[in-house]
Design a protein around this ligand. Sequence first.
Ligand code: EPZ
Length: 422
Amino acid sequence: MMPGKDKMLITGGKPLMGEISVSGGKNTAVAVIPATLLTDEPSTIENLPDIDDVQALIEILQYLGAKTEYVPGHHLKVYPQGVNGHQVPFEFTKRLRASYYLLGALLGRGGHAEVAYPGGCDIGSRPIDQHLKGFSALGAAIEERGGIVYAKAGMLQGADIFFDMVTVGATINVMLAAARATGNTIIYNAAKEPHIVDLANFLNSMGARIKGAGTDVIRISGRQELHGTTYTVIPDQIETGTLMIAAAATRGDVTIRGCIPTHMESLTAKLLEMGVRVTENDDSIRVRPQYEQRAVNVKTQVYPGFPTDLQQPMTALLCGANGTSTVCETIFEQRFKHLDELRRMGAHIKLVDRTVLVEGVHELYGAPVVVTDLRAGAALIVAGLMAKGLTEIYETSYIDRGYERIEAKLRSLGADIRREKL
Ligand code: EPZ
C-alpha cells in the first residue's frame, strides 16, 4: 500500500442513476485464499475482487512457496504443492489484518506457523487472544515473542471452544486449523457473518466436514486429507451496502446487481425507516428516494445486526437526514476517525462515549479530507457525493484495499469523481 500516491476529487450534488454490479466479497476472499493451503492439490477461486488485500495475500502464498495464476476480475489458481515455508514476516503481515489467517491455515496444513502480528485498519485495539485460545485448545503450543506468534502442534486434536465474544477472525482461524485436526471440534458463540458460511462452503467443497456455519454453533469433523476445488466466492455485503447508502445519499435511483439481498436486511430496514424506497429482487436491490429522509437510530451488532463496517458510511448519510440521529458503535472502540473529516465538510456531529449524535444539516460542502481507514474512506466518498462543491480525498490507498474500482463504478452511475496523481 503506497501512502499518498494520489487523491480523489468529487464534485457532489448529482443523483446516482442506473445499474451497477457488485464485486466479490473482500472479507470472504481473505479467508478463502489462505484456505487453499490446506491441500497440496490446486484450487481455483472465481469472483475475487481485484483489491490490494487480495494482491497482498497472493504475494504471501508465493513467499511460502506456492505457484499462483491470477487473472484479476476473473480467477485465481493456487498450486500449493511447493509450499514448505511456515514463516510470514511483518513486511507482509503489516499490509492487512487478514494476514493472521495464515496462522490457522499453516497450522492446519503442517502443524507449524510463525506469523508476525497483522496490520490493518486502526479502529481499536483488536487483540487476537481468542484466536490463540482456539489454537491452544486444539493442542498447539503458542508463544508470542518479538511481535511474532509462534504456533506448533505435533498433531492438532479436535476440541470444544467457547469464544468469550463473537469474533469473525477467531471463528475463521479456528475453522482453518480444525478442518484437518484429528477428531471433532465444536465452536460455541461462533460468528455468523455471510463470509463464515462462504468459508465453510469452500472448505466443504475441499472435502471438509463442517456443519452449522451461519449459526452460533459450528461443528467440524476433522479430515486428514482435503482435495483441490473450484469455487466462486459470494458478492461483497459491505460494498453492496456502501452503494445502497451512496444511492440514498444522492437521492438517486440505482439498481445493484449480483448481490444477495438477504445479507442486507439490517441496512434495508434502516433505509426504509428513513423513508428511502428499497426493493429487493432475487439477486438485485433497487434504491430510490421517497420524501425527506428521516433521522434514525443505528446500533452496530454482529451479524445479522447492523454491520460495523457500514457504520461510517451510514453516519455520512445521516448528516443529511431531517433531525438528529444516533449511531452507536458496539464492536470497535475507536471506529470514529472519520468524524473530524466529516466536520470539515460542515457536519454537525458529537461523540458521546461510543455513540455519535448526528444533527442533520441542510447541506454539506466540499473540503479537503484525509482517509484514516478503509470504511472511513467510504464515508468520505458518500459525503463527497452529497456535498455542494469539490471534495478532495487524500490517502486513497486505504480505499483500494477493500473496494474494486470504486470511482469507475460511481462514475458509471453519473458521479463526477476522478483521481489525480499527487
Ligand atoms: C473482521 O475483523 C473484518 N475484517 C472487519 O472488517 C469487520 O469489521 C469485523 O470482522 C466485524 O465484522 C476481516 O474480515 C478481514 P472480530 P476482525 O474478530 O476479525 C474483539 C473491514 O472494514 N476481539 O469480529 O478483526 C475485537 O477487538 C474490516 O472490512 C478480541 O477481543 O473482527 C472487536 O472488538 C474492518 N479478541 C470484536 O472482538 C480476539 O481475539 C470483534 O472483532 C478477536 C476479536
